[in-house]
Write a protein that binds this ligand. Structure first.
Ligand code: SF4
Ligand code: SF4
Length: 305
C-alpha cells in the first residue's frame, strides 16, 4: 500500500518543503477519455479499466464538439487530439468522433489494445477521410508473448499480432506502447522489438522513441517520493517536459452530467486535480500531489535526494 503520510497537502510535502508544481504553457494536446470500460483487465492498468468499470462514462460527439468549438473560438492552438480509455473502440460513438476530428483537420492519436473492438471497426476505419492525420497506438507490453500475456491475460498475443499486421498492411500510421520490465535495459527492449517487428514485417523503427514508446511500470506497492520545487534542479529536469505543461484531458464521471477537465491522462479519480469544465479556465497551476506525478512523470529511475 502507498505510504499514507505522503501526498496529503497540496502546497507542501510531508517534510514541509514547497511542493513542485507545473504551469500550463499551451494545450498542445487535448485528450478525451472515451470511457473506462475495457475488454481486457490488465493487472497494472493505471486507470483500473476492466469489462465492468463504468466509473468514467462513454464520451459522445456532442461533448467532443463542445471542446473543439472552444479551441477554435479562443484560438487555443491545439493541434493534436488524443483518445484514450479504457478501450476507445468500445465507445459506440468512436467512429463519429474520429470522423468529425479528422474532417476538422486535427491530428488524432488513438490508443488501443489492438484486440477485438478495433478489429470490429476495421472496415469503417478504412472509410475515414484524412487518414494520414490518424495515428493508432497499440499496446504491446513486451516483445515476448509470455510477459505480454502476464499483464494482458491469456490468449491476447496472437490477436494483437494479427491485428497489428492488418493495420500495417492497410497503411495506417502506427506506433507501439510498451513497458520497462524491472530488470531490463532500454536497449535490450528496443533490440527485442526490432527482432519482433522484423519477423512480422512491421514498418516500425523500434529505435525511434516516437515509434516505440517505453513507459515505466507503476508500482502501487512502493511508497513514492514527493517532488519538491528543488527537485527540478537536483534532477536537471525541465517542468516543461511534463505532460501537464502542454496537455489537458476531458472526462465524464458516472452519474455526473457535465464533463470535467483534468491535467493529464493519468489522474482521473482525485478531485483535487479537477480544473473545471472549460479549457479557457483550466490553466491553473498543477501541484504534483499524487504518486503518479513522481513515479511516472518526474522520477522514473532517478532519485531526488
Ligand atoms: S487494455 Fe489498456 S485500458 Fe484496458 S485494462 Fe489494459 S491497460 Fe487498462
Ligand atoms: S501525473 Fe502529475 S505530473 Fe504527471 S502529467 Fe499528471 S498531473 Fe502532471
Amino acid at each position: 500500500m502507498m505510504n499514507k503520510k505522503l501526498f496529503l497537502n497540496k502546497n507542501f510535502t510531508s517534510n514541509g518543503k514547497p511542493r513542485a508544481y507545473i504551469e500550463l504553457k499551451k494545450i498542445e494536446t487535448l485528450w478525451f477519455n472515451t470511457g473506462t470500460l475495457c475488454n481486457l483487465h490488465c493487472n497494472d492498468c493505471y486507470i483500473e479499466s476492466s469489462p465492468t468499470n463504468k466509473s468514467l462514462q462513454y464520451i459522445n460527439l456532442i461533448e467532443v464538439k463542445k471542446y473543439i468549438k472552444e479551441i477554435k473560438k479562443n484560438n487555443i492552438g491545439t493541434k493534436l487530439i488524443g483518445l484514450t480509455g479504457g478501450e476507445p473502440f468500445m465507445n459506440p460513438y468512436i467512429m463519429d468522433i474520429l470522423k468529425y476530428l479528422l474532417k476538422n483537420n486535427f491530428k488524432v492519436l488513438v490508443l488501443s489494445n489492438g484486440m477485438r473492438p478495433i478489429e470490429l471497426k476495421f472496415k469503417k476505419l478504412l472509410t475515414l477521410s484524412n487518414l494520414n492525420n490518424l495515428t493508432i497506438r497499440i499496446s504491446i507490453d513486451h516483445f515476448k508473448k509470455k510477459y505480454h500475456e502476464n499483464i494482458r491475460g491469456y490468449n491476447t498475443w496472437e490477436k494483437v499480432m494479427k491485428n497489428i499486421i492488418w493495420l500495417n498492411n492497410n497503411g495506417f500510421n502506427l506506433n507501439i506502447a510498451s513497458k520497462v520490465k524491472f530488470d531490463e535495459s532500454e536497449k535490450s527492449i528496443r533490440d527485442g522489438f526490432h527482432k519482433l517487428f522484423k519477423k512480422i514485417k512491421l514498418n516500425i523503427d523500434s529505435y525511434n522513441k516516437n515509434d516505440l514508446i517505453i513507459f515505466p511500470v507503476m508500482n502501487y506497492e512502493k511508497a513514492s517520493t514527493e517532488i519538491t520545487q528543488d527537485c527540478w534542479k537536483i534532477l536537471n529536469k525541465n517542468p516543461e517536459s511534463i505532460m501537464c505543461s502542454n496537455s489537458r484531458m476531458i472526462i465524464k464521471r458516472k452519474n455526473e452530467k457535465n464533463t470535467k477537465v483534468y491535467p493529464c491522462t493519468l489522474i482521473t479519480k482525485d478531485k483535487e486535480f479537477e480544473l473545471g469544465s472549460d479549457l479557457v479556465t483550466a490553466n491553473k497551476k498543477v501541484f504534483l500531489n499524487h504518486p503518479f506525478c513522481s513515479q511516472f512523470c518526474v522520477l522514473g529511475n532517478s532519485s531526488c535526494s
